[in-house]
Design a protein around this ligand. Structure first.
Ligand code: HEM
Length: 148
């Protein structure tokens, strides 16, 4: 395996860790603090905006490095097993779903916190993204370990 393949795989994994790990940190560590009112909503708004800004470049890196990963995996093979294609297709479909959630969030400003909220936000879309992200990582493990 060439250094390029290792570097590409590493970039793919780092991007996954920053996105899904950051999301898990936000949901499990930061958002429960909302119930105590500290940090303030405006502070959380800043954290959310900053985090959202790094996701678009991460998505671009994931799509490019994912495509290269696939090219490297099928290099020298006559054909790719149909099961592998199905698992990869499902993975790409789910990536498209969480990418759409991300860009819709950008457009609609759904993750905005109002100045005087009546109740703490429930973070439905970030939670959904986290669950789908975990399923995508399971599919990635299948691609690696399953005998198709
Ligand atoms: C369109 C976007 C993507 C494509 C085309 C893609 C494609 C791939 C491919 C072909 C592999 C190598 C699988 C193998 O070893 O046979 C891989 C690895 C991996 N992908 Fe993706 N991927 C994409 C996005 C994502 C996203 C969004 C996540 C996580 C949320 C993710 C998580 C992973 C992980 C964790 C691995 C490493 C598996 C391992 O090292 O064993 N990928 N990806």
């Amino acid at each position: 395996m060439s250094f390029f393949a290792v570097f590409n795989h590493w970039l793919h994994l780092i991007s996954v860790i920053l996105w899904i790990g950051g999301l898990a940190f936000f949901i499990f560590i930061v958002s429960p603090l909302l119930k105590t009112g500290d940090p303030a909503y405006s502070c959380l708004q800043d954290i959310s905006d900053r985090f959202r800004n790094i996701i678009s470049p991460l998505l671009l890196i994931l799509v490019i490095t994912g495509g290269i990963n696939f090219g490297i995996r099928r290099a020298g093979q006559e054909s790719v097993p149909p099961g592998y294609i199905s698992a990869l297709g499902t993975k790409v479909l789910l990536v498209a779903v969480i990418a759409s959630i991300h860009f819709m969030g950008h457009l609609a400003g759904r993750m905005r916190f109002s100045e005087k909220p009546t109740r703490p936000p429930r973070f439905i879309l970030p939670k959904l993204t986290l669950v789908i992200g975990i399923v995508i990582i399971f599919l990635a493990s299948m691609l690696r370990q399953w005998k198709f």
